[in-house]
Design a protein around this ligand. Structure first.
Ligand SMILES: *Cc1c(COP(=O)(O)O)cnc(C)c1O
Length: 336
């Protein structure tokens, strides 16, 4: 088979280290894979997927990238910046009304020169496929060649990013002679978990990969992840037995809803910054990290072995929720 198109965009390998203060406190070692350090403007997990997705777009001769997500989508921000760097025009389809001020990721989308269309959540939810097709058609009519990237770049192409990352993570684990009870991460569109699960499994790893859902329920994600892996396996002839994979999603920590967090999450963010100098976010990593600690305390993460957290980024999402964050920290929300 001819080699898989890939661009080198992320700073790899990302650091891997123990959280000393927290491990001391818990009496159990917690390690962290710093995929928040894949880049500064491009921080987070999406760039690993986009190395493959954008290479594919280039291979197909595209000149316009169209993608979609929430107003504070990290994926849209990464696509806006990397797309521009690579010479594509970028058009974002965002779920939500146009805010009066552009904050966090949205501010960077604008700074990167992306064109942005806003849709009410209800319309977006019901008609995303149609909106995407219509936008692509409009560019085709102008003689352009659009390439549509699905939510979070979680499809059979983007999944490669974390199939490859699994090799890197397993090397980190081996080098430090760890025997982790689990690898834990935030799951939002499933591609990161799909890639890690497939990549670790085919390297013979028995370590469970646990995705902490931040929006949809476990059943939805298990299906989505399996579907993406079946498509990946078929397209690239990887010989992976997808039906035999152990896909584990925990949906107990979604909290008030997607992108909405309560006091415990902001407290967790505050604590990690103060004890480990690590920035989590209220949409993904704060919830997943909090969930991991809760599960560990409840004895749900077997044994007293090491835990590995994959930090998937999201810092700009925290900036967009600084007021909520301060309210919770100052105890003015009544939810303390
Ligand atoms: C997108 C995202 C995730 C979830 O990754 P998926 O592959 O979409 O499941 C987790 N953390 C952050 C910060 C993200 O931006």
């Amino acid at each position: 088979m001819k080699s898989i198109p890939r661009l080198r965009l992320a700073h790899l390998p990302t650091p891997f280290h123990r959280l000393d203060h927290l491990s001391e406190e818990l009496g159990r070692s917690i390690w962290i894979k710093r995929d928040d350090m894949t880049g500064a403007a491009t921080t987070g997990n999406k760039i690993r997927k986009l190395e493959f997705t954008l290479a594919q777009a280039r291979e197909e001769g595209a000149d316009v990238l169209i993608t979609c997500g929430g107003i504070q989508s990290n994926h849209c921000r990464a696509t806006a910046i990397l797309g521009r760097q690579l010479g594509f025009k970028v058009h974002l389809l965002l779920r939500g009304e146009k805010p009066s001020e552009a904050d966090g990721n949205l501010f960077l989308d604008k700074l990167a020169g992306a064109e942005i269309s806003y849709f009410s959540p209800r319309y977006y939810q019901a008609h995303l496929d149609f909106i995407a097709e219509e936008t692509c058609d409009a560019y085709r009519k102008k003689g352009k060649k659009p390439y549509f990237i699905t939510t979070g770049a979680s499809d059979e192409v983007g999944v490669w990013g974390y199939v490859e990352a699994a090799t890197e993570l397993l090397a980190d684990i081996e080098r430090n002679r760890l025997k982790p009870d689990a690898v834990v991460l935030a799951t939002g569109s499933g591609g990161t978990q799909a890639g890690l699960t497939a990549g670790m499994s085919r390297s013979g790893s028995q370590v469970p990969v646990i995705g902490m859902a931040v929006c949809d329920d476990a059943f939805w994600f298990e299906n989505k992840i399996r579907q993406d892996l079946v498509a990946w396996n078929d397209r690239y002839q990887q010989g992976l037995e997808v039906s035999g994979l152990d896909i584990r999603v925990n949906d107990n920590y979604i909290g008030p809803g997607y992108a909405r967090a309560g006091a415990p999450i902001f407290k967790t963010i505050e604590k990690l910054l103060q004890t480990e100098a690590i920035l989590l976010d209220p949409v993904y990593t704060g919830k997943a990290f909090y969930g991991m600690l809760e599960e560990a305390e409840a004895g749900e993460l077997v044994g007293q072995g090491d835990l590995v957290f994959v930090h998937t980024g999201g810092a700009f999402g925290l900036m967009a929720q600084r007021l909520e964050s301060l309210q919770h920290i100052n105890g003015k929300s009544g939810e303390r």
